[in-house]
Design a binder for this molecule. Structure first.
Ligand SMILES: [Zn+2]
Length: 220
């Protein structure tokens, strides 16, 4: 086994300072002045590579251009850079997922704790006839109230039968419950979680799993 001479430079870290927008699945552009200033060239950049210089016994934070220059001779294919970036992305995704789940369970738990208190207040408030947005056709709207929160559902062109009525009631109930989730969600402070819509949906799923999901079908 041949022993390799220790390399002078080693990549020890990578991160991206731009915030991740979960809705658009992209990076939010860096606000000038909030980035990192490259230890090698002094330019501002968002992608930060931490390079250990064993000769100097120090770690430097440099940008994409400079890291490629530093590793040009020893990692011409850029394998180490790709590995570092992948590792960073995996860690970030795991952290976000964990945060989502934490937030989801917290919100779902609070809504579930409120259900016994709010369910007795559940009622089908009215079945109104509104004029539809298309062709001025009137269609029925079902409105339910849950703890003072109103949820609504309508169906266009659906035949009036019991099954359709229940489906409408379920939708209206779901709408009201979704608003309750939203209320609780607003109290949670997870600034990193911007995939609010998906998280709300997940919280709703958890509530339905844990509470008898079909309960509202039996509601008056
Ligand atoms: Zn640089």
């Amino acid at each position: 086994m041949t022993e390799e001479a220790p390399r002078r430079y080693r990549l020890v870290g990578y991160h991206d300072l731009r915030e991740w927008d979960e809705v658009f699945e992209g990076r939010v552009p860096l606000v000038p002045g909030t980035g990192n200033f490259c230890d090698r060239c002094g330019l501002e950049h968002a992608k930060v590579y931490e390079v250990e210089d064993r000769e100097k016994g120090a770690v430097f934070a440099v940008g994409s251009t400079c890291v490629k220059r530093i590793f040009a001779g020893i990692d011409p294919e850029g394998k180490e850079l790709r590995r570092a970036r992948k590792e960073y992305r995996d860690q970030r995704d795991e952290a976000l997922e964990a945060l989502h789940e934490e937030a989801v369970l917290e919100v779902a738990g609070r809504v579930l704790a409120r259900l016994p208190e709010v369910l007795p207040e559940f009622r089908v408030e009215e079945t109104a006839r509104l004029v539809g947005p298309e062709k001025g056709v009137p269609f029925p709207v079902m409105v339910v109230e849950l703890a003072g929160v109103r949820g609504a559902a309508w169906m266009t062109g659906a035949p009036a039968n019991e099954e359709a009525e229940r489906e409408r009631e379920r939708c209206a109930f779901g709408d009201a419950l979704g608003k309750l989730v939203g209320e609780e969600w607003a109290k949670v402070e997870f600034p990193e979680v911007v995939r609010e819509y998906k998280v709300r949906g997940r919280a709703f799923e958890v509530i339905c799993e844990r509470h008898a999901a079909t309960r509202w079908v039996l509601m008056p």
